[in-house]
Every structure is written in structure tokens, then in C-alpha cells.
Design a protein around this ligand. Structure first.
Ligand code: ATP
Length: 231
């Protein structure tokens, strides 16, 4: 099982949002995508999950495109968090996970496991709007992973989290990787990538400016840390 992007390109009118990205990410890898605002990270993710059609090139998981029949194979944490504020945590997760073909009882069992892990075990019957931003983010993360996807796409998963919650999420992500999940996440911060990934790509104005093994990149560019700057 491999995630393979081949000459992946997306143009919106005059804007080349993503331009000729080539990538191969093997099963169980944790891959970082770094870039400033507008670099093309979200557009790349939307093409991978089948939400946007590429202008040219392909994005394939295990040899074919992710279309409606395969969406349960992926988990997606969108940058614009989107939960239903009036639903309880339980209702929210049952609604979303049924779309991923999970049985109700399995959803509840998995939900309780994750709520305990995230130290919000009493939150199952709270409405989403009653939760703090950080706790909403944990619920959104659960909605991306509860159905045990093969491929997990996380758009800025650590942004807006305090250090305790951020560490909690990082540990969860590492455990999922150890269980064999392939994970791609975006970030503005090299620190997150250095902590979690062996391989990365750095995007600027839709193109890859650097990609490959983290330690080799750092060696060849003689950097202690890579700074990501907007234009
Ligand atoms: P951020 O960190 O701010 O989310 P990003 O790296 O995810 O940035 P994208 O959201 O992929 O970047 O945007 C890449 C470029 O494509 C930007 O110039 C953006 O304005 C443009 N763009 C994205 N979506 C659309 C759209 N639907 N219509 C027109 N232009 C778009």
C-alpha cells in the first residue's frame, strides 16, 4: 500500500495552487508537508482524498484514486474544523462514523477508548458547542481515526493546541503509525516535523522546494533547523 502522487497539479483560474508534485509514501510512514500560508498543502490534501480533481497528474492510494467507494479507507482532519455544534459528542461521532460503514456499537466502544485516552471521558453527552477549542479538536481528530483508516491525512493537526494537548495528539499519531497507519500531516512548524517524521516535503507557491529524508536534507544544507517563511 503506497500513496503515490505523480506530477500532481491544480490550477484555479490564474493561480497555480499545486505544481507538478511527485511523491511516494510507503505504508506505515509518517510524512511531513511543510509550507507557509498559500503554499498548496490543503489543495494537495483535497486532491489526495478525492475532494478536488487534479488539473493534471494523479494521486493514488494502493494503485487507484480515492473515490466515493473508498473513502472509508482514509481519515481526514480538515484545516477548517467542521463539527455540528448542537450535536453531542456521541451523536456527532455516530453520524460521521456510520458514513464510514462502522456499526453503532463499535463506534461507541472505540469512542469511549479514545475519550479516555484524551482525558475527556465524561464528555460523551456534552454538546460540541460546550467544549473548548482544544477539546473540539480532539473530537475532530477522533472523527478522523475512529474507523481505523489505512491512510490518515491531517491538515495542521497541532495548530491552536496547548503543549499538553499537542503532546497528547503527537503520542496518538505515533501509536497509529506503529500500528501500520500511513500518515501525512501538514504544518507551518519544522519542530513538529522534526519530532515525528523521517521524510518530508517543503512546498512554496505550489512547488516542492525540498523533499526527501530529513537528516539528509539537514546534512546537505548544513542546517540545524529549516525555517519556513512566507514570501
Ligand atoms: P494555508 O496554510 O494558509 O492553509 P495552504 O498551503 O494549505 O495554505 P492552499 O489552501 O492549498 O495553501 O492554497 C494554495 C493557493 O491556491 C493559494 O494561493 C490559494 O489562494 C489558492 N486557492 C486554494 N483554493 C482555491 C479555490 N477554491 N479557488 C481559487 N484559489 C484557491
Amino acid at each position: 500500500m503506497t500513496l503515490e502522487l505523480t506530477n500532481l497539479t491544480k490550477t484555479f483560474d490564474e493561480t497555480k495552487a499545486v505544481s507538478g508534485i511527485d511523491l511516494k509514501i510507503d505504508r506505515g510512514q509518517m510524512f511531513g508537508m511543510l509550507g507557509a500560508n498559500g503554499a498548496g498543502k490543503t489543495t494537495t490534501f483535497r486532491m489526495i482524498i478525492g475532494l478536488l480533481d487534479p488539473t493534471s497528474g494523479t494521486a493514488e492510494w494502493s494503485g487507484s484514486r480515492i473515490d466515493y467507494s473508498r473513502t472509508h479507507l482514509i481519515g481526514y482532519l480538515p484545516e477548517e474544523r467542521g463539527l455540528f455544534p448542537k450535536l453531542t459528542v456521541k451523536e456527532q461521532l455516530i453520524y460521521l462514523m456510520r458514513l464510514n460503514r462502522m456499526k453503532k456499537q463499535d463506534i461507541i466502544t472505540e469512542m469511549r477508548k479514545w475519550l479516555e485516552r484524551f482525558q475527556v471521558e465524561n464528555y460523551e453527552n456534552k454538546k460540541v458547542e460546550e467544549l473548548s477549542k482544544g477539546n473540539q479538536q480532539k473530537i475532530q481528530f477522533m472523527a478522523a481515526v475512529l474507523h481505523k483508516p489505512e491512510l490518515l491525512i491531517l491538515d495542521e493537526p497541532f495548530s491552536g493546541l496547548d503543549p499538553v494537548n499537542s503532546d497528547m495528539l503527537k503520542e496518538a499519531v505515533l501509536d497509529l503509525q506503529n500500528e501500520g497507519t500511513t500518515i501525512v500531516f501538514s504544518s507551518h512548524q519544522m519542530r513538529n516535523v522534526e519530532e515525528l517524521c523521517d521524510e518530508l516535503i517543503i512546498l512554496k507557491n505550489g512547488s516542492a522546494v525540498l523533499q526527501g529524508n530529513l537528516s539528509e536534507i539537514k546534512k546537505s544544507y548544513n542546517m540545524k533547523s529549516i525555517k519556513i517563511k512566507a514570501d
